[in-house]
Structure formats: C-alpha cells, structure tokens
Design a protein around this ligand. Structure first.
Ligand code: ADP
Ligand code: MG
Length: 364
C-alpha cells in the first residue's frame, strides 16, 4: 500500500501507525522548513494549493490520499481535488467533499443547515448594523469564517456591538448560551458513520474564553445531559453531511433550558482528537489511514473501544517525565504531550478518577 499524505505538521501523530502497518508513505508539503519532513519515506515540496499533491498522487500511482490539514482555508480545494481524483482516476481521497465543506466552512450556512435537518442551534440574526439587533443581551458576534475564537466577541451592551461594527460590516449574532461546552468526533466513510464519546470542554464565559485555553475532560459527564443524545445528534449531522473523514462538532448544553445546541462542524483533524483517543482508544488520524487501506469498519471500531477517565491540561512548556516511544501513541503511554512550544498541552488517562489525579500530579 502506498499512501500520499498532504501536509507534514500533524504527521508525527500517525507516523508510528503508518510504519506499523508497513505502508509506503509519500508526503507533500509547501514549506521546506516544516517539521516532520524526516519521517515519511519520500517528501515532495510543492507550491501551495492542491495541484502539486494531485500531480504527485498520479505520478507516484498512490492507492489513496490522506490530507492532514488542520486549518479551514484549504479544505475547499481539497474537496475539489477529492471529487476529481475519485471520479476520474479512482483514487480515494479521505476527506470531506465539496457540499460538506461548503455547508460547514461558513458558520452562517451551518446555521441554516442545522435548521433544515431539525437540529437545535442558538437563536440568531445576521446583522448588517448594530441597530438591527433584536436579541437580548448578552449576544455572541461572529464572522462566517474563523477558528480558534478568531473574530468572536461576547457583547453585553449595544456599545459592544457598535465597537464590533467598527471592524466588520456584517455579523452572525447568536444568543449567548450559558452552560457546558461539548465536542465530539464522528468518523465517516462510504456512508457509514460512528460517533465517538463526547468530551467536556468547560463552561461558557462572558469573556468568551476559547476552550483551547481550558482544562477538558473525557468522557463528558454533565448533570442532566445524556451522552447518547449528543452522539445521536452528532451522528444525524454527519449522516446528513454525507461525506468522508473526520467530523468534529461543537455543542453547548444549557442546564436552565435542558437543551443541547449545535454550534459548529469542522471537517478536518482537530484539537479534540487527543482527548477522544485517551478516553476511548480510537485515534481519528489512524482511522483516516484505515479508511485509506480498507480497514475502517464499525465492527473494527467497536473492537477497539476502551473506557478511560481522561483530561487535557494547557501547560505552556512540559517538564515532566519523558513518554515512551512512539511518544504520540496512547498504545504505549498513559499520557501524550502535544502542541507547539509555549502552548503545549498534556492529555492523560487512567482507569479511575483517583488514578487520573495521581497521574496528573506526577506530570505537572
Ligand atoms: N452562542 C454562544 N454562547 C456562548 N458562548 C459562545 C457561543 N458561541 C461561541 N461561544 C464561545 O466562543 C467559542 C468559539 O466559538 P465557535 O463558534 O466554536 O468558533 P471557533 O471556530 O472560533 O471555535 C466557543 O467555544 C464558546 O466558548
Ligand atoms: Mg469552535
């Protein structure tokens, strides 16, 4: 088996798995200074965009393509490449297709999609100026595109909204949901979907603190919220997106209204994956490889499912005990350190809450 991976930044997370499967690895990257270029069997430096990877896929006669792109902007080009390589050359590309990316890459379109398929989402308005606002404060102002909390502001007064409009001339304005933030990964391939256990990412705040900067835990244990409901809703969303790869979804749960709200969908490798793997043993990046080599199935996932208590803590720089090789694998570790220097996070797991506390104490 010969696979083409696109993008090197996440490659160290799955290099060990690719090697364990005896897969021949080819990688394209646009930045010759990028990390992990020493890991695959062969590397091609190509211009930005998907023309280079497409040419390499054809020239090298790869069996499948696995994009490892963790940011939003290139996803639509990847989706177009997927449709072309699959239709014209019969080379599977393990990623979301054009319709799924169009529906999920713009938060405004995603809201419409939720409404169409009957999934509850916070009330919203599209504002072209601050005086069009009819929702009660606080409200959350967003742009259609963005990730990691970019261009998001919680407005508590009309002054805050006016301030936001100094920078933007349109806003997606949502009612502020007080409650728990939850993420979940759904894996999809060839019409089959499986929703992995949901993760708890802390409470929403009026400061709009992004979950990237909070301590998270798995599995999600929020009083009043049934995880089956989260999994079922996520499954329904993914099924309606009807595409391949990883679907990571953000939800919020209001205890006051006893209501689960859908917030957004990311059709790419995402920050929830470490905690998902810690919690249930399934690694979404490895599953992309399994999709590419024909080893992805619901029964294979069921066989792998484990049950751990886990947590992920932002620590800046890690100075604790060294993990075993391969360092990014929970198969040989009860913790994994990830993220760039200064923004590192530790994800740890154990069989009980007490053991997890002891482990965390040892690590940080
Ligand atoms: N309706 C809302 N109510 C309360 N907090 C919100 C709401 N929408 C977004 N937030 C806060 O902003 C964060 C980022 O919003 P999100 O829509 O997920 O965009 P991003 O793509 O930047 O992650 C959320 O994780 C949450 O903390
Ligand atoms: Mg988000």
């Amino acid at each position: 088996m010969k696979l083409l991976f696109i993008g090197s930044r996440l490659y160290d997370d799955l290099d060990w798995y690719v090697k364990s499967k005896g897969i021949e690895s080819i990688l394209t990257e646009s930045n010759e200074e990028a990390i992990n270029l020493d890991l695959p069997d062969q590397v091609f430096i190509v211009p930005r965009g998907m023309d280079g990877p497409k040419q390499v896929a054809l020239m090298q006669k790869v069996d499948a393509v696995v994009p490892l792109i963790g940011i939003d902007p290139p996803l639509i080009d990847v989706a177009h490449m997927k449709e072309e390589l699959e239709a014209e050359y019969d080379i599977p590309v393990i990623a979301a297709g054009v319709r799924a990316v169009e529906l999920t890459s713009d938060k405004i379109r995603t809201k419409g999609f939720y409404t169409e398929i009957g999934v509850e989402t916070p009330n919203y308005q599209i504002l072209n100026s601050s005086d069009e606002l009819t929702l009660d404060f606080p409200v959350v102002l967003k742009q259609g595109q963005g990730q990691g909390g970019k261009d998001i502001k919680v407005a508590r007064s009309i002054g805050d909204v006016e301030e936001y409009f100094k920078e933007f001339d349109q806003a997606l304005c949502e009612e502020f949901i007080e409650g728990a933030e939850i993420s979940i990964e759904v894996l999809g391939f060839n019409g089959e979907f499986v929703a992995l256990p949901p993760i708890y990412k802390g409470e929403t705040t009026l400061e709009g603190t992004h979950p990237l900067n909070k301590t998270k835990t798995g599995p999600c244990m929020v009083e009043g919220l049934d995880n089956n409901l989260v999994q079922h809703t996520a499954y329904k969303v993914a099924k309606n997106l009807d595409s391949d790869g990883i679907f990571e979804m953000d939800f919020m749960y209001s205890r006051k209204n006893n209501q689960l709200y859908a917030i957004e969908v990311n059709t790419r490798p995402n920050g929830t994956r470490y905690l998902t793997t810690a919690t249930c043993g399934v690694n979404s990046l490895c599953e992309l490889v399994n999709m590419a080599i024909g080893e992805f199935s619901l029964s294979n996932i069921s066989d792998k499912l484990q049950y751990f208590y886990s947590t992920e803590i932002p620590i800046g720089n890690y100075h604790g005990p060294a993990p075993n090789e391969p360092v990014k694998s929970f198969e040989v570790n009860d913790f994994v350190v990830h993220g760039p220097e200064g923004y590192q996070r530790v994800t740890a797991r154990a069989n009980s809450k007490q053991e997890l506390e002891n482990l965390v104490e040892k690590l940080i």
